[in-house]
Design a protein around this ligand. Sequence first.
Ligand code: SF4
Ligand code: MG
Length: 314
Amino acid sequence: NEMKVHFPAKSGALTKTNGLVKAVDDVSFTIRQGETLGLVGESGCGKSTTGRAIMQLVKPTAGEIRFAGKSLAALPARELRQNRRHLQMVFQDPFSSLNPRLTVKEILDEPLKAHRLGDARERTEKIRQIMEVCGLDHTYTNRYAHEFSGGQRQRIGIARALILQPQLVVADEPVSALDVSIQSQILNLMQDLQEAFGLTYLFISHDLGVVRHICNRVGVMYLGRMAELGTTEALFSNPLHPYTRTLLNAIPVPDPRKRKERIVLQGDVPSPVNPPAGCAFWGRCPNVMEMCKEVRPRMIQVNDQQSVACHLYG
Ligand code: SF4
Ligand code: MG
Protein backbone atom coordinates (compact mmCIF):
# COMPACT_ATOMS: atom_id res chain seq x y z
CA ASN A 1 0.00 0.00 0.00
CA GLU A 2 2.70 2.48 -0.80
CA MET A 3 1.86 5.82 -2.26
CA LYS A 4 3.56 7.21 -5.32
CA VAL A 5 3.60 10.93 -5.88
CA HIS A 6 4.76 12.25 -9.19
CA PHE A 7 4.59 15.82 -10.45
CA PRO A 8 6.51 16.20 -13.70
CA ALA A 9 8.48 19.29 -14.72
CA LYS A 10 6.37 22.34 -15.62
CA SER A 11 4.01 23.00 -12.77
CA GLY A 12 2.78 19.62 -11.65
CA ALA A 13 0.88 21.11 -8.73
CA LEU A 14 -0.11 24.69 -8.11
CA THR A 15 -1.66 26.44 -5.20
CA LYS A 16 -2.47 30.07 -4.51
CA THR A 17 -1.95 31.56 -1.07
CA ASN A 18 -2.30 35.25 -0.35
CA GLY A 19 -2.31 35.95 -4.07
CA LEU A 20 1.02 34.18 -4.47
CA VAL A 21 1.17 31.21 -6.77
CA LYS A 22 3.24 28.36 -5.45
CA ALA A 23 4.27 25.72 -7.91
CA VAL A 24 5.67 22.26 -7.54
CA ASP A 25 7.36 20.59 -10.45
CA ASP A 26 9.69 17.71 -10.98
CA VAL A 27 8.88 16.11 -7.68
CA SER A 28 8.57 12.37 -7.51
CA PHE A 29 8.69 10.11 -4.49
CA THR A 30 7.19 7.07 -2.86
CA ILE A 31 5.86 6.93 0.66
CA ARG A 32 6.29 3.46 2.08
CA GLN A 33 3.73 1.93 4.36
CA GLY A 34 4.50 2.46 8.02
CA GLU A 35 7.26 5.01 7.52
CA THR A 36 7.55 8.69 8.31
CA LEU A 37 8.73 10.59 5.29
CA GLY A 38 9.78 14.16 5.98
CA LEU A 39 9.58 17.04 3.53
CA VAL A 40 11.80 19.95 4.44
CA GLY A 41 12.76 23.25 2.92
CA GLU A 42 12.34 26.97 3.30
CA SER A 43 8.92 28.54 3.33
CA GLY A 44 7.54 28.67 -0.21
CA CYS A 45 9.52 25.66 -1.45
CA GLY A 46 6.38 23.71 -2.27
CA LYS A 47 6.30 21.25 0.62
CA SER A 48 2.82 22.29 1.78
CA THR A 49 1.57 22.37 -1.79
CA THR A 50 2.79 18.81 -2.23
CA GLY A 51 0.97 17.74 0.95
CA ARG A 52 -2.21 19.53 -0.09
CA ALA A 53 -2.09 17.93 -3.53
CA ILE A 54 -1.84 14.50 -1.91
CA MET A 55 -4.86 15.40 0.24
CA GLN A 56 -6.73 16.44 -2.92
CA LEU A 57 -7.08 19.96 -1.54
CA VAL A 58 -5.19 21.22 -4.58
CA LYS A 59 -5.87 19.74 -7.97
CA PRO A 60 -2.58 19.09 -9.73
CA THR A 61 -2.41 20.51 -13.24
CA ALA A 62 -0.13 17.67 -14.24
CA GLY A 63 1.23 14.57 -12.62
CA GLU A 64 -0.17 11.73 -10.68
CA ILE A 65 -0.76 10.49 -7.17
CA ARG A 66 -1.16 6.77 -6.83
CA PHE A 67 -2.50 5.28 -3.66
CA ALA A 68 -2.70 1.53 -3.11
CA GLY A 69 -1.96 1.03 -6.80
CA LYS A 70 -4.65 3.39 -8.10
CA SER A 71 -4.37 6.86 -9.53
CA LEU A 72 -6.44 9.16 -7.31
CA ALA A 73 -7.36 11.48 -10.17
CA ALA A 74 -8.80 8.57 -12.14
CA LEU A 75 -11.11 7.41 -9.37
CA PRO A 76 -14.83 8.00 -9.77
CA ALA A 77 -16.22 10.58 -7.31
CA ARG A 78 -17.78 7.95 -5.09
CA GLU A 79 -14.61 5.94 -4.72
CA LEU A 80 -12.61 9.10 -4.22
CA ARG A 81 -14.88 10.04 -1.29
CA GLN A 82 -14.39 6.64 0.28
CA ASN A 83 -10.67 6.94 -0.31
CA ARG A 84 -10.54 10.27 1.50
CA ARG A 85 -11.07 8.37 4.65
CA HIS A 86 -7.66 6.78 4.27
CA LEU A 87 -5.90 10.10 3.79
CA GLN A 88 -6.15 12.54 6.66
CA MET A 89 -4.40 15.72 7.59
CA VAL A 90 -3.11 17.36 10.75
CA PHE A 91 -2.69 21.10 10.36
CA GLN A 92 -0.13 23.52 11.69
CA ASP A 93 -2.38 25.84 13.57
CA PRO A 94 -4.55 24.10 16.15
CA PHE A 95 -6.32 27.42 16.73
CA SER A 96 -7.62 28.14 13.24
CA SER A 97 -8.09 24.53 12.14
CA LEU A 98 -10.74 23.72 14.76
CA ASN A 99 -14.09 25.46 14.77
CA PRO A 100 -14.19 27.21 18.18
CA ARG A 101 -17.99 26.99 18.31
CA LEU A 102 -18.07 23.23 18.21
CA THR A 103 -17.61 20.95 21.17
CA VAL A 104 -14.94 18.25 21.09
CA LYS A 105 -17.69 15.69 20.59
CA GLU A 106 -19.10 17.60 17.62
CA ILE A 107 -15.65 18.03 16.06
CA LEU A 108 -14.93 14.32 16.32
CA ASP A 109 -18.43 13.28 15.28
CA GLU A 110 -18.29 15.27 12.03
CA PRO A 111 -16.01 12.93 10.04
CA LEU A 112 -17.86 9.85 11.35
CA LYS A 113 -21.17 11.29 10.19
CA ALA A 114 -19.75 12.39 6.85
CA HIS A 115 -18.60 8.83 6.18
CA ARG A 116 -21.75 7.30 7.72
CA LEU A 117 -19.79 5.27 10.22
CA GLY A 118 -22.07 3.77 12.82
CA ASP A 119 -25.14 4.86 14.74
CA ALA A 120 -25.09 7.44 17.52
CA ARG A 121 -24.09 4.94 20.19
CA GLU A 122 -21.27 3.45 18.12
CA ARG A 123 -19.98 6.89 17.22
CA THR A 124 -19.98 7.95 20.87
CA GLU A 125 -17.93 4.88 21.69
CA LYS A 126 -15.46 5.62 18.85
CA ILE A 127 -15.12 9.19 20.12
CA ARG A 128 -14.46 7.98 23.65
CA GLN A 129 -11.79 5.57 22.42
CA ILE A 130 -9.96 8.01 20.20
CA MET A 131 -9.93 10.65 22.92
CA GLU A 132 -8.41 8.18 25.28
CA VAL A 133 -5.58 7.13 22.95
CA CYS A 134 -4.88 10.77 22.15
CA GLY A 135 -4.52 11.59 25.82
CA LEU A 136 -7.71 13.62 26.12
CA ASP A 137 -9.80 13.30 29.25
CA HIS A 138 -13.31 12.00 28.46
CA THR A 139 -14.84 14.74 30.64
CA TYR A 140 -13.77 17.18 27.90
CA THR A 141 -16.33 15.95 25.38
CA ASN A 142 -18.79 18.78 25.86
CA ARG A 143 -16.25 21.55 26.07
CA TYR A 144 -15.54 23.91 23.20
CA ALA A 145 -12.32 23.93 21.20
CA HIS A 146 -11.52 27.48 22.27
CA GLU A 147 -11.38 26.40 25.91
CA PHE A 148 -8.21 24.37 25.32
CA SER A 149 -4.50 25.13 25.21
CA GLY A 150 -2.54 24.76 21.97
CA GLY A 151 -1.21 21.33 22.88
CA GLN A 152 -4.66 20.01 23.84
CA ARG A 153 -6.11 21.44 20.65
CA GLN A 154 -3.47 19.68 18.61
CA ARG A 155 -4.45 16.44 20.36
CA ILE A 156 -8.04 17.12 19.26
CA GLY A 157 -6.78 17.78 15.72
CA ILE A 158 -4.90 14.48 15.76
CA ALA A 159 -7.94 12.66 17.18
CA ARG A 160 -10.08 14.11 14.39
CA ALA A 161 -7.58 12.90 11.78
CA LEU A 162 -7.31 9.43 13.31
CA ILE A 163 -10.94 8.70 14.12
CA LEU A 164 -11.47 7.45 10.56
CA GLN A 165 -8.54 5.04 10.90
CA PRO A 166 -6.63 6.50 7.96
CA GLN A 167 -3.61 4.86 6.34
CA LEU A 168 -1.72 8.03 5.55
CA VAL A 169 -1.60 11.14 7.68
CA VAL A 170 -0.18 14.30 6.15
CA ALA A 171 1.06 16.44 9.02
CA ASP A 172 1.92 19.97 7.89
CA GLU A 173 4.12 21.61 10.54
CA PRO A 174 2.07 19.91 13.28
CA VAL A 175 4.19 21.20 16.16
CA SER A 176 5.65 24.47 14.91
CA ALA A 177 2.88 26.59 16.45
CA LEU A 178 3.41 24.96 19.87
CA ASP A 179 5.71 25.75 22.77
CA VAL A 180 8.91 23.72 22.63
CA SER A 181 8.00 21.90 25.86
CA ILE A 182 4.71 20.78 24.28
CA GLN A 183 6.29 19.88 20.93
CA SER A 184 7.97 16.73 22.17
CA GLN A 185 4.76 15.55 23.87
CA ILE A 186 2.89 15.83 20.59
CA LEU A 187 5.72 14.20 18.62
CA ASN A 188 5.83 11.33 21.09
CA LEU A 189 2.07 10.95 20.83
CA MET A 190 2.32 10.83 17.04
CA GLN A 191 5.01 8.15 17.27
CA ASP A 192 2.98 6.07 19.73
CA LEU A 193 -0.10 6.32 17.52
CA GLN A 194 1.92 5.37 14.46
CA GLU A 195 3.06 2.21 16.17
CA ALA A 196 -0.37 1.37 17.60
CA PHE A 197 -2.27 1.89 14.32
CA GLY A 198 0.39 1.14 11.71
CA LEU A 199 0.15 4.68 10.36
CA THR A 200 2.20 6.17 7.58
CA TYR A 201 3.16 9.83 7.94
CA LEU A 202 4.16 12.52 5.52
CA PHE A 203 5.72 14.99 7.89
CA ILE A 204 6.17 18.52 6.53
CA SER A 205 8.47 20.78 8.46
CA HIS A 206 11.00 23.58 8.24
CA ASP A 207 12.54 22.33 11.48
CA LEU A 208 15.45 19.99 10.88
CA GLY A 209 15.74 19.03 14.55
CA VAL A 210 12.17 17.76 14.59
CA VAL A 211 12.57 16.01 11.26
CA ARG A 212 15.73 14.27 12.36
CA HIS A 213 13.95 13.05 15.46
CA ILE A 214 10.83 11.65 13.84
CA CYS A 215 11.48 10.77 10.16
CA ASN A 216 12.80 7.58 8.58
CA ARG A 217 13.52 9.31 5.29
CA VAL A 218 13.69 12.94 4.30
CA GLY A 219 13.09 14.81 1.06
CA VAL A 220 14.67 18.23 0.74
CA MET A 221 12.75 20.61 -1.49
CA TYR A 222 13.98 23.77 -3.11
CA LEU A 223 11.85 26.07 -5.26
CA GLY A 224 9.22 23.48 -5.98
CA ARG A 225 11.69 20.75 -6.86
CA MET A 226 13.17 17.85 -4.98
CA ALA A 227 16.87 18.47 -4.37
CA GLU A 228 17.72 15.38 -2.36
CA LEU A 229 15.95 12.37 -0.91
CA GLY A 230 17.48 9.90 1.47
CA THR A 231 17.35 8.05 4.73
CA THR A 232 17.50 10.41 7.70
CA GLU A 233 20.77 8.93 8.82
CA ALA A 234 22.49 9.33 5.45
CA LEU A 235 21.09 12.77 4.84
CA PHE A 236 22.29 14.18 8.13
CA SER A 237 25.66 12.43 8.18
CA ASN A 238 26.47 12.73 4.49
CA PRO A 239 24.42 15.50 2.87
CA LEU A 240 25.05 15.48 -0.89
CA HIS A 241 23.23 18.42 -2.38
CA PRO A 242 24.87 21.83 -1.79
CA TYR A 243 21.47 23.10 -0.65
CA THR A 244 21.12 20.32 1.93
CA ARG A 245 24.61 21.14 3.18
CA THR A 246 23.71 24.81 3.49
CA LEU A 247 20.59 23.92 5.42
CA LEU A 248 22.50 21.73 7.83
CA ASN A 249 25.13 24.42 8.32
CA ALA A 250 22.35 26.89 9.07
CA ILE A 251 21.63 24.97 12.28
CA PRO A 252 24.84 25.35 14.26
CA VAL A 253 23.93 23.30 17.32
CA PRO A 254 21.40 20.51 17.42
CA ASP A 255 19.99 22.01 20.58
CA PRO A 256 16.35 21.02 21.04
CA ARG A 257 15.68 24.25 22.93
CA LYS A 258 16.55 26.15 19.77
CA ARG A 259 14.22 24.20 17.57
CA LYS A 260 12.16 27.25 16.79
CA GLU A 261 14.92 28.60 14.58
CA ARG A 262 13.75 29.01 11.04
CA ILE A 263 15.82 28.08 8.07
CA VAL A 264 17.36 31.31 6.82
CA LEU A 265 19.82 31.43 3.97
CA GLN A 266 21.75 34.24 2.35
CA GLY A 267 20.76 35.54 -1.04
CA ASP A 268 17.46 36.18 -2.73
CA VAL A 269 15.09 33.34 -3.27
CA PRO A 270 14.02 33.33 -6.92
CA SER A 271 10.34 33.01 -7.74
CA PRO A 272 9.08 29.44 -7.72
CA VAL A 273 6.77 30.34 -10.59
CA ASN A 274 9.60 31.47 -12.84
CA PRO A 275 12.58 29.55 -11.50
CA PRO A 276 15.92 30.20 -13.17
CA ALA A 277 16.94 28.03 -16.09
CA GLY A 278 19.14 25.09 -15.24
CA CYS A 279 19.48 24.26 -11.56
CA ALA A 280 17.05 26.25 -9.39
CA PHE A 281 19.78 26.69 -6.77
CA TRP A 282 22.61 28.00 -8.96
CA GLY A 283 22.27 31.65 -7.87
CA ARG A 284 22.98 30.65 -4.27
CA CYS A 285 25.19 27.63 -4.77
CA PRO A 286 28.81 27.74 -3.59
CA ASN A 287 29.69 24.98 -6.08
CA VAL A 288 28.03 26.44 -9.16
CA MET A 289 29.51 25.46 -12.54
CA GLU A 290 28.75 26.87 -16.00
CA MET A 291 26.52 23.96 -16.98
CA CYS A 292 24.37 24.48 -13.86
CA LYS A 293 22.99 27.70 -15.33
CA GLU A 294 21.64 25.95 -18.38
CA VAL A 295 21.10 22.28 -17.75
CA ARG A 296 18.53 21.21 -15.25
CA PRO A 297 19.87 18.41 -13.06
CA ARG A 298 17.72 15.30 -12.85
CA MET A 299 17.28 13.24 -9.74
CA ILE A 300 19.68 10.30 -9.73
CA GLN A 301 20.29 7.60 -7.18
CA VAL A 302 23.89 7.80 -5.98
CA ASN A 303 23.97 5.06 -3.36
CA ASP A 304 21.46 2.70 -1.79
CA GLN A 305 20.28 5.37 0.62
CA GLN A 306 20.34 8.65 -1.32
CA SER A 307 19.16 10.32 -4.49
CA VAL A 308 20.18 13.80 -5.51
CA ALA A 309 19.52 16.31 -8.30
CA CYS A 310 22.89 18.01 -8.81
CA HIS A 311 25.54 18.07 -11.53
CA LEU A 312 28.27 17.32 -9.01
CA TYR A 313 27.09 13.71 -9.10
CA GLY A 314 26.66 11.10 -11.78
FE1 SF4 B 1 25.06 23.74 -7.31
FE2 SF4 B 1 25.23 23.06 -9.85
FE3 SF4 B 1 24.56 21.23 -8.03
FE4 SF4 B 1 22.87 23.15 -8.66
S1 SF4 B 1 23.59 21.53 -10.02
S2 SF4 B 1 23.33 22.45 -6.66
S3 SF4 B 1 24.24 24.87 -9.02
S4 SF4 B 1 26.51 22.31 -8.22
MG1 MG C 1 3.84 25.65 4.56
